[in-house]
Design a protein around this ligand. Structure first.
Ligand code: 2RA
Length: 335
């Protein structure tokens, strides 16, 4: 039984990565609708060796699709998910809109797969922020030792802000050598050869939107409402690939060797050989593949520190959407 699947926000970096991964997985998909907003009409996107014409989400009848993957951002989700559900279409949503809704599962592959069971008709599954999924996959590998407190600094590439941010970094970088002024359109300050210690808006405690997202989504996915989380989210002049510097305090001691074993057993890639050929992973090396990489594992008492790197678009965002699609199909929701 094949399904008819819509990708909404198909022309952005995550939409393209979703289409790539769907094509690579050879899932039983009978028809793919690539949808986006009006100014993208007439564009084409690749789906394996096919070129799909981008259709207008505004004119699409969601009754024609059994499943829609929304990766077009909060505004597009708010505007079209209700009507898509009304039309009987199942939804996988990668936006902030439903992540904290009590009745909506927040799915991370390999961490809480059971949240996809018994969802019934008109299912809606939310996928966490790309800064959360790789982090929670690493933390879940350690949870048997009791997770008490997570302190994390993130080093987030500009692709997390979309295509315009990639262009802004490139223009500013070349301008530096050409000594010409460039507009600050995406970020309030120069991002080339600089870091910006604030992502998103700030609340009355001075905590950023991105930091709140890490805190709240870790707790929801791990079902640890009392987990202490301190996050500092920083934008860095990297095109693709987020980095995380993590320290987790656990109830029981975990040695660095034990942690590396647990990470490997959970399917993460460990590159942690400081004296060797491949001493650690960088976001550049992590980009373009689907692994969550771990380096710099150190223990200090009951605190374990490590470095993570993963492709934010492919691994942090697109992969969980595609894994959710495969998992829902396997559960027979579209039979
Ligand atoms: C970012 N995680 O990196 C956020 C949204 N993609 O900007």
């Amino acid at each position: 039984e094949t399904i008819r699947l819509a990708v909404v926000g198909a022309t952005n970096l995550i939409g393209e990565a979703v289409l790539d991964l769907l094509a690579e997985r050879h899932l039983p998909i009978g028809r793919v609708f690539a949808l986006d907003v009006a100014d993208k009409e007439g564009e084409t996107v690749s789906f394996g060796n096919l070129e799909l014409d981008v259709g207008l989400v505004d004119e699409f009848d969601f009754a024609n699709a059994s499943l829609a993957i929304f990766v077009g951002g909060a505004e597009m989700t708010r505007q079209y998910v209700p009507e898509a559900r009304q039309a009987g279409c199942a939804i996988i949503d990668f936006s902030s809109v439903y992540r904290q809704s009590d009745d909506v599962p927040l799915y991370v592959p390999g961490v809480n797969d059971a949240v996809l069971d018994d969802l019934g008709e008109g299912l809606l599954v939310s996928v966490p922020n790309c800064t959360v999924t790789p982090l929670v996959q690493a933390l879940a590998a350690l949870r048997a030792s009791g997770l008490q407190r997570v302190t994390v600094s993130t080093y987030q590439s500009v692709s997390g802000s979309g295509r315009a941010a990639l262009e802004e970094l490139a223009n500013q970088t070349t301008a530096l050598f050409g000594a010409r002024d460039v507009e600050l359109e995406v970020y309030p300050k120069r991002i080339s050869f600089n870091v910006l210690p604030l992502i998103g808006s700030v609340d009355e405690q001075g905590v950023s939107e991105e930091e709140r997202s890490v805190e709240q989504e870790l707790r929801k996915v791990l079902v640890l409402p009392a987990l202490e989380v301190e996050a500092t989210c920083v934008r860095v002049p990297v095109f693709f690939g987020h980095g995380w510097a993590v320290t987790v305090k656990t109830d029981e001691t975990i040695t660095a060797d034990k942690a590396r074993e647990l990470f490997k057993a959970a399917g993460l890639q460990v590159m942690d050989d400081p004296a060797g050929e491949m001493p650690y992973i960088t976001p550049l090396e992590a980009s373009g593949n689907e692994a969550v990489w771990v380096s710099r594992v150190r223990q200090s008492g009951r605190a374990l520190s490590f470095w993570l790197a993963a492709d934010n678009a492919r691994t942090g965002a697109a992969l969980p959407c595609v894994e959710a699609t495969a998992a829902l199909m396997k559960r027979g929701y579209f039979a």
